[in-house]
Design a protein around this ligand. Structure first.
Ligand code: ZN
Ligand code: ZN
Length: 601
């Protein structure tokens, strides 16, 4: 995904002033200065440096600063740092540049260290210092450093400077304190585009998508036009909540506002359409691009994979390689996901090997995760377990979790018990593993195991995360929790559900008792609670409030339970609707009584 960064503030004020050289040396001095100006590569600067140290200008602050800066602009941070460290009193310009370049290289902690030594040396930070050090602070998510820097900015009366304030908003949002970011944002006397971008991006990364949209609306009202950065953040927000209509509108608005569709925007568009369940639109964006980078190719490949179209993913992969691009680890995650969801074990193995053999990429956790899912789906549980044990990296909870899920599907309690031991060792507080293990027992009809897991959870004081599902109707997201009664149309929703259930029973539907007893993912044990699962409420609301025939797109934060999965298949036939559910793991395209996942998820 693209990186959303703030546009740089105006150049650090250049303090190069002729200082120490005496008049008789002036011509030679200027010669040096202009020669240095012409050095455009690391090698040239190094050569100049070698000659320079032998001259009697070698401790001229002006030239030394310039030399260090030249090293920086040519990308040689090591040499610049060496010079900087030897200087007795480096000018603030150089302090700032050193802070900035460490941060831009991803050396955020070092950037903060330099900032601290700056304070210790008694040098007062200026507005540039703040705008350079705050992104470093954001990157390491250090709220304590953030507060310290913020209070310094207040003391220096620089906190309301547009660039400093924007960097503060960005820092607080990225460090996770988005309400503090908002307070500062609201207080800013002058908001520039970058300020809006920082706030929208902050809400987007903190998954407060409605709030991101709210700032966007304010922005439009104030007549501030969006740019590519705004668009990427907004699309991310839409992707998260599955707001297809909103996302489509932002796409159109961007076109009208003539925002250049660069690779970042295109990748964000593809990602949004994929995550919102419209692979057709994603492909359209992809096809219309004039030049595509690896991120875009990978986005569309992963899109096909997630939507259960592994053959399409593979043909894209082949095309991409033919066009001369080299797949990376993320591309392979996409491919393997596709083969895993499609149950194509042989293909999966082939690509898993291709990865290291032809591209020299070492498989990581996600690749193993896909392989375990794939082998598990095919019922090759022993092979999957052996693969986990042979891994060159330590398996994480994601890998073991996939194996546990496979054990549920194939009702293999024995392997599951070994797996859950590993999982609870890694994540003893994660309610999901207790629930999954309980589901394995339930699937195998071992009710004492179900009770044991539930007691264990209770004893350890572990609570499960609340489940929710959402659906977008008329550009508004409606979110439901289990047995939710808070929606204004609640009565009608439950009437619809009961009506659907009656018709389902007539068609042969029987509530999945293993779900009733084993599934407490969304809380509750009574049979009637099943029909109150959040996705069913969202589906019923969708049927009620959209024209007949319209596709329903549901987002669910947990995995769909077996009973709801079965029920949804019936509902597609009764209501004659296509229903697309994005759960925590994948997409389910329900149509004519069938699901694209082939009942494996
Ligand atoms: Zn359910
Ligand atoms: Zn499914």
């Amino acid at each position: 995904m693209s990186k959303v960064t703030m546009p740089p503030p105006p150049a650090n004020s250049n303090p190069f002033k002729l200082s120490t050289s005496n008049a008789s040396q002036l011509p030679k001095f200027q010669e040096f200065a202009s020669e240095l100006q012409k050095c455009l590569s690391i090698r040239h600067v190094k050569e100049f440096h070698a000659r320079f140290v032998k001259t009697n200008f070698s401790d001229d602050v002006f030239l030394v600063t310039r030399l260090a800066h030249r090293h920086l602009t040519c990308g040689n941070l090591v040499y610049a740092r060496r010079i900087f460290d030897k200087m007795k009193n480096p000018p603030i310009f150089l302090w700032n540049e050193i802070i900035k370049h460490h941060s831009r290289r991803g050396l955020h902690q070092e950037s903060l260290n330099v900032f601290r030594s700056m304070l210790e040396s008694g040098v007062h930070p200026n507005e540039f210092t703040f705008t350079f050090v705050l992104p470093a602070c954001a990157a390491v998510k250090s709220v304590s450093d953030g507060y310290m820097i913020h209070s310094l900015a207040i003391r220096r009366n620089l906190d309301s400077n547009s660039f400093v304030a924007t960097a503060l908003v960005d820092m607080y949002a990225k460090a996770g304190n988005v309400s503090c970011a908002r307070k500062l944002f609201d207080k800013m006397p002058l908001k520039v585009l970058a300020s809006y971008n920082a706030m929208i991006g902050g809400y987007a990364i903190n998954e407060q998508c409605e709030k991101a949209m709210e700032i966007f609306d304010v922005m439009l009202k104030e007549g501030v036009e969006i740019d590519a950065v705004t668009m990427v953040s907004l699309l991310q927000a839409c992707a998260y909540v599955g707001a297809l209509q909103r996302g489509r509108w932002i796409h159109q608005h961007g076109m009208r506002a003539k925002v250049p569709i660069n690779v970042y925007v295109a990748a964000a568009l593809i990602h949004m359409y994929v995550r919102c369940g419209s692979i057709v639109d994603a492909q359209k964006v992809f096809d219309e691009m004039s030049d595509r980078d690896l991120v875009c190719w990978t986005a569309i490949i992963s899109g096909f994979a997630l939507h259960g179209l592994p053959e399409m993913a593979e043909s894209m992969f082949v095309r991409m390689v033919r066009e001369g691009l080299k797949p990376d680890g993320v591309t392979f995650v996409g491919m393997l996901t596709g083969f895993s969801h499609g149950g194509m074990v042989e293909k999966g193995r082939q690509y898993f090997n291709l990865m290291s053999e032809s591209y020299g990429l070492r498989p990581g956790l996600e690749h193993y995760s896909c392989m375990v899912d794939m082998l598990g789906r095919a019922g090759k549980l022993k092979e999957a377990e052996a693969l986990v044990k042979s891994m060159t990296v330590n398996p994480d909870a994601g890998v073991w979790g996939g194996l546990l899920n496979a054990c549920r599907i194939h009702k293999n309690v024995k392997i599951a018990e070994r797996v859950v031991d590993e999982l609870l060792r890694l994540e003893p507080e994660n309610a999901g593993w207790y629930v999954s293990m309980s589901n394995v027992y339930a699937a195998a009809k071992q009710w004492d195991g179900v009770v044991r897991m539930r007691l264990m959870m209770k004893e350890r004081g572990i609570t499960k995360p609340p489940g929710w599902s959402s659906i977008e109707v008329s550009k508004r997201i409606h979110r439901f929790t289990v047995f939710d009664r808070s929606h204004p149309q609640s009565d009608a929703i439950y009437r619809t559900l009961n009506d659907l259930e009656e018709r389902m029973r007539k068609m042969g539907y029987v509530a999945e008792m293993s779900c009733v007893l084993g599934n407490f993912e969304e809380g509750g044990l009574k049979e009637d609670l099943l029909c109150g699962h959040s996705e069913r409420l969202a589906i019923a609301f969708g049927i009620l409030s959209t024209p007949s025939g319209e596709v329903l797109r549901i987002i669910k934060n947990l995995r769909v339970c077996v009973d709801c999965h079965t029920a949804t298949k019936y509902i597609t036939r009764i209501a004659e609707r296509e229903i697309i559910v994005r759960d925590a793991k994948r997409f389910h395209h329900f149509k004519d009584g069938k699901c694209s996942c082939g009942d494996y998820w």
